[in-house]
Ligand binder design. Structure first.
Ligand code: CFM
Length: 548
């Protein structure tokens, strides 16, 4: 049977919400009702309040990951020459090893690259019972002897916190022995906080206190800036660097796609921070502004129009007419191919419907690419975004700090006595703000979504099933945990974490890749013929036992 096509307009989001909540016990429904919102954008970007960054209700199969994943896998993982040791059982190290498809390109054949290695202390019962610090010291020793790294990061997994191993004292002790190696530990036990978001914060804090500011080297270039929150998944950072190079801009450091230690250590010498993924790295942007006087604003290199807009913002900030001209010339050149493919793809995709449930920023950013080919995003949400990622940073003062958030250290940062240097005076900042650059701000996902869309935090399988049944979307964007359930339900799923072994999707070339990929997916007839086993016999019964 071929599925009927439904348009978003015919679906009442309030009814869908009702249908979702109906199955829940009263207590669960009372909570979830604050996390499933019908979007309504009012004046001054006012939107309904989202209950976000709170614990997942036990028993609900969440899409979220853990704090260790956010710290080791996400923020530090893409850095090629910080030797990273997972202190814990082997699974944590193994499953955080390149599964995110973060890529890197060492400058030369001799350039250091530890990313092909997964290093772990491989804790056993013995260490769980008698402590693992001895084994950790041995591991660091072995790694230094073999690889002679500039820096070593130690990442704590759940058991480390449970048995009380002190990774920080081990780091200090080993650093005394090897004063030329920067050794630092992360208390990023998986259970810290309610999701991987806690791990981002822990990583930001340590990189800020122990790495940034250690070196005063500057890359050559007139317009030097850092890109914060770009992790080079599927080669995104390569495409962004191609574009910025062509414009004559110098990316001093990317936190942390295609990056190396020295770039982090000297990042405080750059003149601007632009933020891609607000959720994972806003802490670093703020701390660098306070200590070194580097202004920041939000950019988005996902989407051709968004890329052009971001480049224009950066050019306006540096204020050089020659740079502005170069940027405009590049945009005009790059848009030729983009528009050709976009218009062709749009003729087949216009009016189709997408849903996005990913992480803490992509569910917002990728809506740009869909709208460029005429597709509507009818429902979206983050796995672990905070209220500011949904509603905009204006709500930060009213966010209630709960025990889980208090668990993560908030650093008090003051201006550096010798190195604090405002990059622009107040008058210039005001002039740029009047021209539309929103410094230290992020508008959030909801103000930029259509009214009557359904915004859902921390989506689960039950809710995804209802969304599919009611909206019959043309494509569903999420991750590997969702992929096959959704596809068996007859809807193609695009992985927006790993890009399904494809990419890049950032920048101009990335936009072209994405248009083509989505065209193939939403216009392929095959999914409509899929019949999942549960469509014919909806309940599967199982029993534990043994039969011969
Ligand atoms: Fe930022 Fe990310 Fe994301 Fe994220 Fe992630 Fe990722 Fe993501 Mo997967 S840092 S919040 S913790 S953009 S790994 S590169 S795709 S969930 S939306």
């Amino acid at each position: 049977m071929v599925r009927e096509k439904a348009t978003a307009i015919l679906v009442d989001p309030a009814e869908v919400k009702e249908e979702i909540l109906k199955k829940y016990p009263a207590k669960v429904a009372r909570r979830r009702t604050k996390q499933i919102l019908v979007n309504r954008v009012q004046e001054a970007e006012q939107v309904p309040e989202m209950l976000a960054n709170t614990r997942t209700i036990p028993g609900i199969l969440t899409m979220r990951g853990c704090a260790y994943a956010g710290c080791k896998g996400v923020v530090l993982g893409p850095t090629r020459d910080i030797l990273q040791i997972t202190h814990g059982p082997i699974g944590c190290g193994f499953y955080s090893w390149l599964t995110r498809r973060n890529q890197t390109r060492p400058g030369s054949d001799k350039g250091t690259n530890f990313m092909p290695y997964a290093m772990s202390t491989d804790m056993q019962e013995e260490e769980i019972i008698f402590g693992g610090e001895k084994k950790l010291k041995k591991a660091i020793q072995e790694a230094i002897d073999l690889f002679h790294p500039k820096a070593v990061g130690i990442f704590s997994t759940c058991p480390v916190g449970l048995i009380g191993d002190d990774v920080h004292s081990v780091a200090r002790e080993m650093e005394e022995k090897y004063p030329d190696v920067n050794i630092f530990g992360f208390s990023c036990e998986g259970y810290k906080g309610v999701s991987q978001s806690a791990g981002h914060h822990i990583a930001n804090n340590k990189v800020f206190t122990d790495v940034v500011g250690q070196l005063e080297t500057r890359k050559e270039g007139e317009f030097r800036f850092n890109i914060l929150g770009e992790y080079n998944i599927g080669g995104d950072a390569f495409e962004i660097e191609r574009i910025t190079d062509r414009c004559g801009l110098t990316v001093h450091a990317t936190f942390s796609g295609n990056s190396e230690y020295d770039e982090f250590a000297s990042a405080h010498t750059a003149d601007l921070n632009v933020v891609m993924c607000h959720r994972s790295i806003n802490y670093m942007a703020e701390m660098m502004e306070k200590r070194y006087g580097i202004p920041w604003f939000k950019v988005n290199f996902v989407g051709a129009n968004a890329t052009a807009k971001s480049l224009r913002k950066i050019a306006a900030y540096f204020g050089s007419p020659a740079l502005v001209e170069k940027v405009e010339k590049l945009i005009a050149e790059e848009m030729v191919e983009v528009e050709k493919v976009r218009d062709d793809v749009k003729s087949r995709c216009e009016g189709k419907v997408a849903m996005l449930f990913v992480g803490g920023s992509r569910a917002h950013h990728y809506q740009e690419l869909f709208s460029e080919i005429g597709m509507k995003t009818v429902s979206a949400g983050y796995e672990f975004g905070h209220r500011d990622d949904y509603e905009g940073r204006k709500v930060i003062p009213s966010i209630v700090v709960d025990a889980d958030t208090r668990n993560i250290e908030e650093l008090t940062v003051r201006p550096d006595e010798t190195r604090y240097r405002p990059r622009k005076d107040d008058g210039e900042i005001k002039r740029l703000a009047d021209e539309g650059i929103r410094f230290s701000d992020y508008s959030g996902l909801m103000p930029e979504m259509m009214n009557h869309t359904l915004v859902i935090d921390d989506l689960n399988h039950h809710e995804a099933e209802i969304l599919i049944e009611k909206y019959k979307p043309d494509v569903f964007c999420a991750g590997i945990k969702e992929k096959y359930v959704i596809q068996k339900g007859g809807v193609p799923l695009k992985q927006l974490h790993s890009y399904d072994y494809s990419g890049p999707y950032a920048g101009f070339k990335g936009a072209v890749n994405f248009y083509r990929e989505i065209d193939r997916m939403v216009n392929s007839k095959i999914f409509r013929f899929v019949k999942a086993p549960w469509q014919e016999s909806p309940e599967l019964a199982g029993s534990y036992g043994w039969s011969r």
